[in-house]
Design a protein around this ligand. Structure first.
Ligand code: M6R
Length: 610
């Protein structure tokens, strides 16, 4: 959560920092702020709300310097307000800090420092850290040493950037549990939570690792551990282009990303399907062939939309790999005592690769001896680096807070993994070949569903005033129902519940009346007749049925108010097409209700706190 950015070089910092914040705003948008060193003192500007609010303040009261730090906040400790906005300044006014993460022992630090007469200005956990650094700095006059000492005392997670009025031209960064990347330019540096704030300045980057810090000054960088051990850092090339993070002709990133899916899926599948041989080629798993061959159980874990993809994976691994599979919420997994037997492969799914719950669960499962594979989008992210092997989604940056193209790619990767594992067991060449050919055609079929946008928008308009929706599905389309409901609630704030179609009669059916839209995902598969019975049950209670059906289906139109037809595909692959209308419905419902589609309230793109 939160985005941080810092710049030091010879250019004017304000615009670089402001643009950086705009790129990072998807990480949080409760408040924004900036600090620089000018004429030997720290100057800050802070605003509640979006980066544009800060921009207005800066237009009236500019900050002029060739260095500075900035922050966009997703509030955890302390409500969104100017006083809680970063950067936070210590009691001496000489230090300013931006922070992404949580200082867990902030209360004890605060009471210790308050006992020494230091007056706090905010309700945040972050202020305890800058006050602690300031307290040590006042004693020693050694900035780096004071930071190292303070970081030894704090518990929790942080990605930070620190500046000091006594040392203009210098930024110190450090990380533990929250991402931090240093862009290395020609005599200048941009330090940020992710590459989107860096890419327009340089593609040369250093991904800081946990417990590392970096000092940027005089056109040089020095990386060390927090115990001052020097580190020879590797400079990587950022796999991100400016075009990928521009919104283009779309009104919203979510719309752009929904419409990118034919291409993003094609990119995800590219070079990975050997149609002739009926085989899958996953380079990222080439070193772990023995583990895959010996796998006895698959343990998938993730959060939110990625968890829904994991649930599809459960069906895929059982069906195609003949291997027991279960999906678990990352946040629950780490607090249980999961039994990891020999032959367990963990698979963690995460678009961002930075989700704190998934990262913590990954460490716990590895500690217990499992081999863990990652299905991650962001290259070089923490989860990608800490897993034993993995498969990248290759769908380009996903910026809209509501995940769309990452979900379909996660399902595509899980399908390939399950086929790959299945071919070492009982999955026949013929069946694998048939599935791979189908998979190859999916981007074209997604394109056809996208062409239905106008119809989907009109259907959505008829029901957008209803405040409670149900989503039903069976088998692999049960997770699609969950995902459809999540999309609707997170961006339009309409209450929606997804569930297995048959579960409805065990309670939720009591909710159904003529006001309730019931979205039923009902493609032609082995559950179709049963779903039809569930639809009858809804119909009898006058629920408003919106069915997602396979092209050529003639029965559903007799019962449903609305039918959206998607192209026929192999039943196991159907989530890749049935999901698309639900994404579009949620998008249009949110627009019609006047909500901010890309930046829904209370949410942030990557949840880097537990
Ligand atoms: O980056 P991750 O895939 O690990 O994120 C997991 C969830 O936070 C994420 O999918 C969230 O549920 C989205 N807002 C859903 O649209």
């Amino acid at each position: 959560m939160c985005g941080i950015v810092g710049y030091v070089g010879s250019k004017s910092a304000d615009n670089i920092l402001l643009n950086g914040l705009k790129r990072l705003e998807y990480r949080g948008y409760d408040s924004a702020g900036m600090a620089i060193v000018e004429d030997g003192h720290i100057s800050t500007r802070r605003a509640k709300g979006r980066v544009t609010e800060l921009e207005q303040i800066l237009a009236e009261q500019p900050l002029k310097s060739t260095m500075g730090i900035a922050h966009t906040r997703w509030a955890t400790h302390g409500k969104p307000s100017v006083k809680n906005a970063h950067p936070h300044v210590d009691a001496s006014g000489r230090l300013a800090l931006v922070h992404n993460g949580i200082i867990e022992n902030h209360r004890s630090i605060r009471s210790l420092l308050e006992g020494k007469g230091i007056a706090f200005q905010s309700d945040t956990d972050t202020e305890s850290l800058v006050q602690l650094i300031g307290y040590f700095y006042k004693e020693s006059g050694d900035l780096t040493g004071s930071l190292q000492r303070a970081l030894r005392d704090v518990q929790g997670t942080f990605g930070i950037a620190l500046i000091c009025a006594d040392q203009p031209g210098r930024i110190i960064g450090a990380r533990r549990g929250s991402p931090l990347i240093v862009g290395v330019g020609d005599g200048e540096f941009v330090i940020a939570s992710d590459g989107s704030a860096i890419v327009e300045h340089t593609s040369q980057v250093i991904f800081l690792k946990d417990n590392e810090m970096v000092e940027l000054s005089d056109g040089r960088y020095e990386i060390s551990t927090m115990d001052a051990e020097p580190i020879q850092a590797q400079v990587d090339t950022l796999e991100l282009t400016l075009e990928e993070i521009e919104i283009g002709s779309h009104e919203h990133y979510m719309h752009k990303e929904i419409f990118e899916q034919p291409q993003s899926l094609a990119n995800c599948l590219a070079g990975r399907l050997d149609l002739q041989a009926g085989e899958v080629v996953l380079g990222g798993l080439s070193e772990v062939q023995r583990e895959i061959a010996n796998c006895k159980r698959v343990l998938l874990f993730a959060c939110g939309t990625a968890w829904h993809a994991g649930l599809v994976g459960e069906y895929l691994f059982e069906e195609l790999s003949f291997t027991p599979a279960e999906v678990e919420y990352s946040s629950e997994l780490r607090y249980r005592n999961p039994i990891i037997e020999e032959g367990t492969i963990g698979i963690v799914l995460s678009q961002s690769g930075e989700t704190a719950d998934s990262l913590a669960a990954l460490r716990e499962i590895k500690r217990k001896g499992a081999t863990v594979f990652g299905i991650v989008n962001v290259v070089g992210s923490s989860i990608a680096r800490e897993t034993d092997a993995g498969v990248y989604l290759h769908v380009g940056p996903e910026i809209g807070v509501a995940s769309t193209k990452a979900f379909t790619a996660q399902v595509a990767v899980l399908t390939m993994m399950a086929i790959d594992m299945g071919r070492r067991r009982y999955l026949s060449h013929a069946r694998a070949e048939e599935l791979l050919k189908e998979l190859h055609q999916i981007p074209g079929k997604v394109e056809k569903v996208l062409a239905l946008e106008d119809q989907i928008r009109k259907i959505t308009a008829k029901y957008v005033d209803r405040n409670n929706w149900l989503y039903l599905g069976r088998g692999v389309n049960y997770p699609v129902a969950l995902e459809g409901a999540l999309k609707l609630k997170e961006i339009s704030y309409i209450h929606a519940e997804g569930m297995p179609a048959a579960e409805m009669k065990h309670g939720p059916i009591a909710l159904i009346d003529e006001d309730m839209p019931v979205v039923v995902v009902a493609p032609k598969d082995h559950t179709y007749d049963k779903v039809l019975s569930n639809i009858e049950e809804v119909h009898t209670r006058q629920g408003r049925i919106i069915a997602i059906a396979t092209e050529g289906d003639t029965r559903l139109s007799e019962l449903a108010e609305e039918v959206i037809y998607v192209p026929q595909t192999s039943p196991l692959l159907s989530p890749l097409v049935t999901t698309i209308p639900l994404q579009l419905m949620a998008y249009h419902a949110a627009l019609m209700r006047g909500q901010n589609v890309d930046k829904p309230r209370n949410l942030a793109k990557s949840v880097t706190v537990e």
